[in-house]
Design a protein around this ligand. Sequence first.
Ligand SMILES: *Cc1c(COP(=O)(O)O)cnc(C)c1O
Length: 350
Amino acid sequence: MKKVNDLLRSHLRDFLPYSTARDEFKGKEGVFLDANENSLGSVHQRPWNRYPDPRQHKLKVELGIIKGIQPGQIFIGNGSDDHIDLLIRAFCEPGIDQIMIVPPTYGMYKVSANLNNVGVIEVLLTEDFQLDVPKIVAALNERVKIIFICSPNNPTGNLMVREDIFVILNHFHGLVVIDEAYIDFSGANSWINDLTMFPKLVVLQTLSKAWGLAALRLGMLFASLEMVKVMNLIKPPYNISGLVQNEALAALAKIELKDRFVQQINVLKQSLERSLRSFALTIEIYPSDANFLLVKFKKSAEIFHYLISQNIILRDRSQLVLCQGCVRITVGTEDENKQLMAALNNYLKG
Ligand SMILES: *Cc1c(COP(=O)(O)O)cnc(C)c1O
């Protein structure tokens, strides 16, 4: 069985990272003349003259408590998109290695691979948007280093069947990355609980969706200790700003509010779904474990453009495989959902 280190790009196996000025000194108080900061202070009223904690220790301790995992298994990034890029850069040799994706799915996996000159193998989901395990297994080869699986999936909204992911975890020599950006809305168990069994399993979550902190740019990666060690090795030293660390820490104390948002959004989703079901041009509303609905309309392109003319912006997904005629609709406030339905009914009256 291949280990994390065997998968790493060869030039990184004995890579010497930048050692920050504070790495050697663990104390709190001291005369810090090591990092060329402004010793006199900051033009800002907050003490921002000092570099932030390069390991984000406090934040990881708090996240560890919430997620039931030790801080050493957490890696924090500038949004999940940062993680996707770092994973590809760490494990995929440009021009040689490949990633596997299972469309229709989140677009950044492919964009990041393209940016890094890493090949992409695509194995379509089945008609009901589940993993096509026999085809995935058949398409695997030595060059494939990472499989990205999004669950609940964007843009389809469904969770992937657990047993299918187990089969892949047991068959594949590389990293299985499960993107759980929408897990809070689903009520399903996170794959974080399975990390002890699979050292090459990587789970991505984010504060951008359920927590309502998209502007903060904070993504969480959960994995084995050896995986996180690799990520720490290659990250820029001060990758998460002090401002973001402080604000995220304060926000994590409001987990009840996050849970209340999730409940409310799920109720609003059900009522939006009922309204859309009674709309004459709706062909299909796909089951969703996320905070959005994928909806197939008759005349979807016209509806999409009409809504834009009414200042209502949906996400056109009709160009994606298996998503012909589909738009993705984020659950809005009660009022926003009403405005959407009113505009749709106006379009009908035309
Ligand atoms: C929104 C989204 C993300 C992006 O997360 P950031 O932390 O905001 O970068 C990642 N994955 C999926 C599937 C998403 O839909």
